[in-house]
Design a protein around this ligand. Structure first.
Ligand code: URA
Length: 433
């Protein structure tokens, strides 16, 4: 039950332009005004240009916490709230996105093995960041576009299911997100909070763990901005009576050893098979999964689930239930190392440029209609603090077409200096509960 906020009282009819003007001039909107806008926009009564104008006004003037909460609530109620069978604890994890971030693919089977239901509605690549759906679609046959009924059935029978947003879940966000994407209104705290939380609240899980990233490969470039985002999302979730925790994690360098859709699936298969243990990726994934277990009061046997092969089996079970077969992942025709242009220590990585280099290879979209080459990407990236000699590989590139641009982008992304690095980035910087 939603705590602390009463139902909106509808006032006299209002003109959309009056609401836009009010926000443009820095005033606080009422719940009725926000609901009027979101409902009208979702129904198609209110045109895109008015919604875009309001979104831009919000970008300039912000929203206080109540307004953000009301916006989230109007967006949740623009569609269905999933109705689960009683008796099971349901938990999800959401990441604000990064480079090489495949934590969802490890967490879903691990946590499902512990008896928690894990329904995950995931997204596609956004800007330089990779998307869980694109990674999953690298698996031949894998279907992410399931109906809500199939999503519920697989979550109930297998324990976890990963799909894309369905038209029934937070349709206001679906429409608004597409509009924000083309009107430079994505990067705005209240709009991000409402967008992410409306989908998660409509999913109707009991517990939600948020991985709020900061750094050169994240939406939020500074720790302060990501902290504010984390606090706002946690507070919205709590007001909805959910168990919510956010971990603030570092995204100043790629997570794990592989970047690119099929490569990242392979990395997860190797980790769950016990063949590979990239410390940064495992530390973040196991910390997030542990929070989900704690919500449900379950013992933390995550390491055992890897060594026993149970989590790998669960991952294959989910892939199979969603029509996929991970035994034949696409492989790029060519591989070649990208050499360091000079000797020294890695002081920093413009991590977004690594993401854009994947796109340059064809592994992401330049425009929405682009088809992805799932096989391309990078592996074994040098990380901050590592020493490299001139000509030594910074990472290994997998490619199918001319890789000249991607190679230049990667070399320019690495900041190599003569002196050793004294401070390596801390992986998990805050826990917000
Ligand atoms: N992810 C979302 O779903 N929405 C945003 O606004 C940003 C990231």
């Amino acid at each position: 039950m939603l705590a602390g906020i009463g139902r909106p009282r509808y006032t006299a009819p209002m003109l959309p332009a009056q609401v836009i003007q009010k926000k443009r001039d820095g005033h606080r909107l009422t719940e009725a005004e926000i609901r009027f806008f979101i409902e009208g926009f979702t129904r198609g009564d209110l045109p895109d240009y008015q919604m875009a104008a309001l979104a831009m006004a919000v970008c300039f003037q912000g929203m206080n916490f109540d307004e953000t909460m009301w916006l989230t609530r109007a967006m949740v109620e623009s569609g269905k709230v999933v109705d689960w069978k009683p008796g099971n604890f349901l938990a999800d994890k959401h990441s604000t996105g990064g480079i090489g971030d495949k934590t969802s693919l490890l967490i879903a089977p691990l946590v499902a093995c512990c008896g928690i239901r894990v329904p995950m509605i995931s997204g596609r690549g956004l800007g330089p960041t990779g998307g869980t759906l694109d990674k999953l679609e690298a698996i031949p046959g894998f279907r992410t576009g399931l109906s809500l009924t199939e999503f519920q059935r697989i979550t109930d029978t297998v324990g976890c299911c990963l799909i894309g947003a369905t038209p029934e879940i937070a349709p206001a966000d679906r429409k608004l997100y597409a509009l924000r994407d083309v009107t430079a209104t994505v990067s705005c705290l209240p709009l991000i909070v409402a967008s992410i939380m409306s989908k998660k609240l409509a999913e109707n899980v009991d517990g939600l763990v948020l991985d709020v990233k900061w750094g050169t490969g994240a939406f939020m470039r500074t720790r302060q901005a990501s902290l504010e985002l984390a606090r706002a999302m946690v507070e919205v979730g709590k007001r909805y009576g959910k168990k919510v925790v956010a971990l603030q994690t570092d995204m100043n360098q790629p997570l794990g050893e592989k970047i690119g859709n099929a490569l990242e699936i392979q990395e997860c298969l190797d980790i769950l098979a016990g063949k590979s243990r990239p410390k940064d990726l495992l530390d973040v994934s196991l910390a997030l999964a542990a929070e989900m277990l704690q919500f449900a009061g379950k013992p933390n046997d995550l390491e055992k689930l890897i060594t026993s092969g149970a989590a790998l089996e669960k991952f294959h079970e989910m892939i199979h239930a969603q029509g996929g077969n991970a035994s034949k992942l696409p492989v790029a025709k060519h591989q070649r190392p990208i050499p360091a242009p000079k000797s020294g220590y890695i002081h920093g990585i413009s991590c977004d440029q690594i993401g854009y280099a994947v796109i340059a290879l064809g592994g992401g979209r330049k425009v929405a209609s682009d088809k992805i080459d799932f096989a391309v990407g990078f592996e074994h990236p040098k990380k901050i603090g590592d020493r490299v000699e001139c000509g030594e590989p910074l990472l290994l590139m997998h490619y199918n077409s001319d890789p000249t641009d991607a190679e230049r982008m990667v070399q320019a992304a690495y900041d190599i200096q003569d002196q050793p690095v004294t401070h390596k980035p801390q992986l998990i910087t805050e826990r917000i509960a």
